[in-house]
Write a protein that binds this ligand. Sequence first.
Ligand code: ZN
Length: 178
Amino acid sequence: MHIRNLLVIPALLCFCATVALSDTAPKSAHADIVNAQGTKIGTAKLKTVSGGVQIKVSVAQLAAGAHGIHIHAVGKCEGPAFTTAGGHFNPTSAHHGINNAQDPHPHAGDLPNLTVRANGKGRGSATIVTKDVTLGAGANSLFHDGGTSLVIHEKADDLMSDPAGNSGNRIACGVITK
Ligand code: ZN
């Protein structure tokens, strides 16, 4: 019955249907990643896999090297600074970074650095599996009230310093969408 309802709901109303369908976790999600000028420079595909959520990121037009990439707590990407995305998704009030000496850590939204290669257009891609978030319901849901976003920073994340691993400005952002 839920599935039949879902099929006839127009796409523009899908957020309205989220509450009613919260018992049916989406198996996949995506994000269109834009730069500070609002130009789309990449995509992320998210999928529920055994052991967590797989995030495949593909971007272009970024400087070569390692960039911090995190799930942020608000699904709102307003350039150029993307402060609207809020802080790191952190439902457990943990410290930032997988290598932080203080417990608890890391943030649920902490991810390994994204490495952008120097081949031509500086295209980079990464596949990340994180066990700390879910596309389903609950406190760790990427579709909690207000949503979440994926943010790429200008510099590498040192994976230990609060609040964001000294990764510098936010240079790209994408709202995580069903
Ligand atoms: Zn963090």
